[in-house]
Design a protein around this ligand. Structure first.
Ligand SMILES: CC(=O)N[C@H]1[C@@H](OP(=O)(O)O)O[C@H](CO)[C@@H](O)[C@@H]1O
Ligand SMILES: [Mg+2]
Length: 565
C-alpha cells in the first residue's frame, strides 16, 4: 500500500492489521441498503434521511482520505438537504479553501457509497488509497470539521459518520454541532488559511467578522428599519437569533417561521425556494400582515441558510420578487461605483479593477440586458455553484448569483493586495477603499451565504438611501415559467452552450427554436436536473400569455421526444 519503505515494517504491519479490524467492526454496523443506487451529485448525496447511514460512514472514510492526501489540511463535511422536504437529508464534502469538493473526487464518493458489503467497501477503500498514493497510517495527519442542520435525521447520521472516523488513529476532529452550511464553509476556509487572514476559524469568528464589517459599513446610517426574515423553520432561525445579538441595534431583525422543532415544518409553505418557485408570499407572512406597511421589505432563507430571496408588496398589494438576479444587479453596480471612487489607478487614476457578473441560463433576460447596458461584463455558465464560483474567480471582483438566490461576491487576491497598499489621494477615495476592504470581510468568500448576502443588501440599500421600491425599479422581469417534466430517462437530454441548447434527443432543438421564434421576446431551454429525477423547462417571453404558451409547447415537445427515442 505504501510507496515509501516503513521505518519499522513489523510495527507498521501490526498497526495496519489493527486498523483493518477496527474498520471492519465499525462498517459491519452500517450496511448499504439494498436496491438503492447512490450518486454524488452537484450538492453531494441527497435522498431520504433514513437511507443515508451507510453513505455517512463512507463519507467519513473519504474525508479522511482527502485530508491525508492534502497533507492534513482540514476537510469539511456538511449534513443537510437544504430546501428539500424534512424527511430528506444529505451530505457533502468541503475542500480546504471552503469550496465544493474537487469534482474529480465525486466518483470516488459514489464508488464507496455503492459497495454492497463490508469486504468490498474495505477493499475498494484500500485500493483507492493505493491508487491515490495516500498513506493511511496515523503518522499521516488528517483533520475533519463537520456540522449538521436541524433535520430530525441529522443526529443519527452524525453517529454513522463518527463511526467511520473512529476506525482511524490520530485524527483531528471538530464537531461544530448544528449550524448553517455557510458557517461550516467559513470555518474550513479560515482553519486552512495562513495567519488568520480569513478571520478566526471558529463559529464566533464567523459572526464577529461579519457583524463587525457590517457596523463599519453602516456607520451612522443606522439603525435601519426592521427586516422580517422567514427562516424556513430551519437552521437559519438560531443563526438569525445569534446574528441579531452581534448586530445589536444596527439592524433589527424579526424572525418568522423560526420553529425548528415542529414536526414537518421545515421548508413547508415557506423559505426561499417556496417564494421563488411560487412567486408568492409564504402564507404565514401574508397572514401576519407585516408587509402591509409601506416600504416594508422581507426576505426568506432556505433550509440551510445558503440562499436568500427578498420581496415586498408593491402598488395594490402586488407581490414583488427581488431574487438572485436583482441582488446581483444591485451589488455589482454599487461595487463598480466604489471601485471608481477609490481611484485605484496610477497617480489617482480611475478604476483598474474589473467587476463582472456570473449568471446561469435561468437568469431573467431583463437582468442580463440591464447589466450589459451598464457596461458590466456578464458570463453565463452551467447550473451549479461550482461553475459560478470558478467563473467569478476570473474577475477582480466576481459577483455570482443563481436566480434562486444562491451566490456571493469574490474578491481576487491580487485586488485585495492592491487595496491593502493603495494610498488614497482624496477623502472620497480613502472612504471607498475602506468600504471595499470592509465588504471583503462582510461577504463570505467561500460560498453563497444567506446571512452575509442579507447584510450586503442592507448595506447597499442604506448607502443608496433606497427602499425595496427603488431597488426594484432597476428593470422589470420578463414573465417566466419553470416547469418540471417527468420523463422515463432524463439522461437522454444532453446540452451544450452553458445548457442553453440541446444536442440530444436528435431534432428536438430545431423544433424548440421554431416554437421560441413564434413568441415575442421568447426564450426557452431544456436540461436534465442534477438533483431531481426530472427534466426542467425554462421559458420567458414579453407577455404572460406568451410565456404560458411557450412553456406548454416546450413541455409537450419534451414529453413527445422522450418517447420517440
Ligand atoms: C433551477 C434551479 O433552481 N436549479 C437548482 C438545483 O439544480 P438542478 O440541477 O436544476 O436540480 O439545485 C442546485 C443545488 O442546490 C442549484 O444549484 C440549482 O440552482
Ligand atoms: Mg441551501
Amino acid at each position: 500500500m505504501s510507496t515509501s519503505a516503513p521505518a519499522d515494517p513489523k510495527k507498521s504491519a501490526h498497526e495496519h492489521a489493527v486498523f483493518l479490524s477496527a474498520l471492519q467492526k465499525a462498517a459491519d454496523a452500517y450496511p448499504k441498503p439494498q436496491g438503492v443506487k447512490f450518486s454524488y451529485g452537484t450538492a453531494g448525496f441527497r435522498t431520504l434521511g433514513e437511507r443515508l447511514p451507510s453513505v455517512m460512514f463512507c463519507c467519513a472514510l473519504l474525508a479522511v482520505l482527502r485530508s491525508k492526501k492534502l497533507g492534513g489540511a482540514a476537510i469539511g463535511v456538511m449534513i443537510t438537504a437544504s430546501h428539500n422536504p424534512e424527511q430528506d437529508n444529505g451530505v457533502k464534502l468541503v475542500d480546504p479553501s471552503g469550496e465544493m469538493l474537487d469534482p474529480t473526487w465525486e466518483s470516488h464518493a459514489t464508488l464507496l457509497a455503492n459497495c454492497t458489503s463490508t469486504e468490498s467497501l474495505i477493499t475498494t477503500f484500500i485500493d483507492l488509497a493505493h491508487h491515490l498514493r495516500v498513506e493511511l497510517d496515523a503518522c499521516a495527519p488528517s483533520s475533519i470539521i463537520y456540522a449538521r442542520d436541524t433535520r430530525p435525521s441529522g443526529k443519527k447520521l452524525v453517529e454513522a459518520f463518527e463511526a467511520g472516523l473512529s476506525a482511524f488513529q490520530g485524527l483531528k476532529v471538530v464537531d461544530l454541532g448544528v449550524h448553517t452550511t455557510p458557517v461550516l464553509h467559513y470555518v474550513v476556509r479560515a482553519t486552512n488559511a495562513r495567519d488568520g487572514e480569513q478571520g478566526k476559524p471558529t463559529v464566533e469568528g464567523y459572526y464577529e467578522r461579519m457583524a463587525g464589517a457590517f457596523k463599519t459599513l453602516i456607520g451612522n446610517r443606522g439603525p435601519l428599519p426592521t427586516l422580517y426574515v422567514d427562516c424556513a423553520n430551519g437552521v437559519g432561525a438560531p443563526a438569525i437569533s445569534t446574528l441579531s445579538s452581534y448586530l445589536g441595534t444596527s439592524l433589527p431583525l424579526q424572525a418568522m417561521n423560526d420553529s425548528t422543532t415542529t414536526p414537518g415544518a421545515l421548508n413547508s409553505q415557506c423559505g426561499a425556494d417556496y417564494v421563488k418557485t411560487r412567486q408568492a408570499l409564504p402564507p404565514s407572512v401574508e397572514d401576519a400582515g407585516l408587509l402591509d406597511k409601506p416600504d416594508t421589505r422581507s426576505c426568506s432563507l432556505d433550509g440551510d441558510a445558503d440562499r436568500i430571496i427578498y420581496y415586498y408588496l408593491g402598488e395594490g398589494g402586488k407581490f414583488r420578487l427581488l431574487d438572485g438576479d436583482k441582488i446581483a444587479g444591485l451589488v455589482a453596480l454599487f461595487l463598480m461605483d466604489l471601485v471608481k471612487k477609490a481611484k485605484l489607478g496610477q497617480e489617482g487614476g480611475e478604476d483598474t479593477a474589473e467587476v463582472g457578473v456570473v449568471q446561469t441560463a435561468y437568469a431573467n433576460g431583463s437582468s442580463t440586458k440591464y447589466l450589459k447596458g451598464r457596461g458590466v461584463p456578464v458570463t453565463c455558465v452551467p447550473t451549479g455553484v461550482k461553475h459560478l464560483h470558478h467563473a467569478a474567480q476570473k474577475y477582480d471582483i466576481g459577483v455570482y448569483f443563481e436566480a434562486n438566490g444562491h451566490g456571493t461576491v469574490l474578491f481576487s487576491p491580487s485586488f485585495l493586495s492592491t487595496l491593502a497598499v493603495h494610498e488614497p489621494t482624496s477623502p472620497d477615495s480613502s472612504t471607498a477603499t475602506k468600504q471595499l476592504l470592509a465588504l471583503s470581510q462582510l461577504i463570505n468568500q467561500a460560498v453563497g451565504d444567506a446571512l452575509s448576502d442579507m447584510l450586503l443588501v442592507e448595506v447597499v440599500l442604506a448607502h443608496r438611501g433606497w427602499t425595496a421600491v427603488e431597488w426594484d425599479a432597476a428593470y422589470e422581469d420578463l414573465p417566466n415559467r419553470l416547469v418540471k417534466v417527468e420523463v422515463a430517462d432524463r439522461f437522454l437530454f444532453e446540452t451544450t452552450d452553458a445548457e442553453r441548447k440541446l444536442t440530444s434527443p436528435a431534432g428536438l432543438q430545431a423544433v424548440l427554436d421554431e416554437a421560441v421564434g413564434k413568441v415575442e421576446m421568447g426564450r426557452s431551454f431544456v436540461r436534465p436536473s442534477g438533483t431531481e429525477d426530472c427534466v426542467r423547462v425554462y421559458a420567458e417571453a414579453k407577455t404572460t400569455a406568451g410565456v404560458d404558451t411557450l412553456a406548454t409547447t416546450v413541455s409537450d415537445l419534451v414529453k413527445q421526444y422522450s418517447k420517440t427515442q
